[in-house]
Write a protein that binds this ligand. Structure first.
Ligand SMILES: Cc1ncc(COP(=O)(O)O)c(C=O)c1O
Length: 492
């Protein structure tokens, strides 16, 4: 049998030798308080009497007698040969006087910076844990090859004399930067030197770093409207003037942007698959945009978040692949093609700025996990990543088809569903002037997730829609979820 783990540290208690209260009383009171306020959990092991006596520099008899008293009163349990444990099933509500102070209904006003005020008003939702239904952008976690991935993680932990357990290089491991460079050449038609690639903790950190490096207060950012929420919010939090640029059938509407918002410092765009409308930017528009950036000294952020998933035809190469003057920051992520909690993304940084980005990365948490980077590099080198993408493409295509058919069958009275040939979500336009925020809340009440199109906007757009992710929902569950959705919409 494995040795039971050591007991709690109890660093929150120290003996007050100047106090008139005897030491055994101080220890007894502290332990009762820790047990009742939940600092020590039911069934948690207490330190051995020897360890605690040594830590506190008190006699072992003192500790023993306190433990015996706690056991006698039911706060703790002694197990022969194993030690003393907090009693199981002890309800902290039992002694309300010891409970942690309750949160006050209205916290006192705290003066915060202008940056922080912008951060507080961010519309980007905080996503954690299990989601159900059609939350956009969630990959098929149910079929992720966990066993195979575990092997890569294990190898990354143990190889190279465990070097990966230390900090990694600030711009990411050479192996991963080389693997990403090869992948970009193969999948996106790009010639990115590994030395130009900076590994980040996801695409969002890439946007933070780019905004940090390029933007001064009050400078203009052209931003797709509707557009990626968290990217917009970080530009705003940096004090930029975020100018909403509409999307037409060819992508970001350059004419509108040029006439309304002169001299942008940064242009944020999702040319492969506009987030969230799904438009692919035409070649003519790409060339015009690059030309504009080159002539006007603007920088483009190309957010290529889900270009791996295209179900018909071949994808256009990345905008960055056409960029002869190096005005584009290409940003990629493994959050969609692998899974989000690995927190790996990358920027292809124009030459001359790599050192600045390395320093910015150093200040923003130094590096991503060297273990995860090393596992990912090997996964790519072994061809497993490409294999995984191919498999996910088949899975997502099937999920997309099922969702589309079910929506047509059950929700045609309420929704106009827009077919899609790419990505991980589809748009369902709401009929009869139903407001998307209200529809979204009604679906949430029925346990179904989606996002209202309006959260992606900073300036209202004409129509209302729900953004429905299909990639993260198992095929068998989709019909049932859609019929629940139909019911919820019918109650409107
Ligand atoms: C369009 C788009 N870009 C970038 C991201 C950021 O992804 P991450 O920071 O997880 O790499 C997301 C995440 O949802 C996204 O939807």
């Amino acid at each position: 049998m494995p040795k039971p783990p050591g007991g709690a540290l109890l660093h929150g208690f120290s003996v007050d030798r100047a106090s008139p209260v005897p030491i055994y009383r101080q220890l007894d009171a502290a332990l009762r308080r820790f047990i009742l306020d939940g600092t020590l959990r039911p069934a948690q092991k207490l330190p051995s009497t020897r360890e605690l006596a040594q830590d506190l520099n008190v006699s072992r008899i003192t500790v023993k007698s306190v433990y015996e008293q706690l056991v006698a009163e039911g706060y703790a349990e002694a197990r022969t040969g194993a030690g003393t444990f907090v009693a199981q099933g002890l309800d902290p509500d039992y002694a309300p006087s010891f409970r942690l102070p309750r949160r006050r209904a209205k916290p006192p006003e705290i003066e915060i910076s202008d940056h922080a005020k912008m951060i507080t008003s961010s519309k980007a939702s905080i996503r954690h844990g299990k989601t159900d239904g059609f939350r956009p952008g969630v990959p098929a976690l149910d079929v992720f090859p966990v066993k195979a991935w575990n092997k890569y993680i294990f190898d990354a932990m143990t190889s190279h004399e465990r070097r990966n357990l230390s900090y990694g290089p600030v711009t990411g491991s050479a192996a991963l930067r080389q693997a990403v460079s090869r992948h970009l050449a193969d999948a996106r038609g790009m010639q990115a030197d590994p030395d130009q690639i900076v590994i980040t903790s996801g695409a969002q950190q890439a946007f933070v770093m780019i905004a940090f490096v390029l933007l001064d207060r009050g400078e203009t950012v052209w931003y797709e409207n509707p557009g990626h929420i968290a990217g917009r919010d970080i530009m705003q939090a940096m004090g930029a003037r975020v100018a909403p640029v509409p999307i037409d059938s060819e992508g970001l509407d350059l004419d509108v942007a040029m006439s309304r918002y002169p001299n942008p410092t940064v242009i944020f765009t999702t040319p492969s698959h506009q987030q969230p409308l799904g438009t692919t930017m035409s070649l003519v528009r790409r060339l015009a945009l690059l030309n504009y950036a080159q002539e006007n000294g603007a920088w483009i952020i190309e957010d290529d978040y889900d270009s791996e998933f295209r179900y018909r035809g071949r994808p256009l190469p990345a905008l960055s692949a056409l960029d002869t003057e190096r005005r584009v920051f290409y940003v990629g992520t493994f959050s969609k093609s692998m899974f989000a909690s690995m927190r790996l993304g990358y920027i292809v940084v124009p030459p001359g700025l790599v050192d600045t980005f390395a320093k910015a990365r150093n200040l923003l948490g130094q590096s991503s996990s060297a273990v995860v980077e090393s596992a990912m590099a090997q996964f790519m080198d072994d061809g497993r990543f490409v294999e995984h993408i191919r498999k996910m493409r088949r899975v997502y295509r099937e999920r997309r088809d099922i969702l589309y058919d079910c929506l047509l069958r059950d929700c045609a009275d309420h929704l106009d569903v827009q077919p899609t040939d790419a990505g991980m979500h589809m748009l369902a336009w709401l009929k009869r002037g139903i407001d998307d925020q209200t529809a979204h809340s009604a679906l949430l009440d029925a346990g179904i997730e989606s996002l209202p199109l309006s959260v992606y906007t900073s300036e209202p757009i004409e129509r209302q829609a729900l953004v429905l992710g299909f990639s993260g929902v198992g095929e068998k569950r989709i019909p049932n979820l859609v019929s629940r959705m139909a019911k919820a919409l019918a109650e409107f």
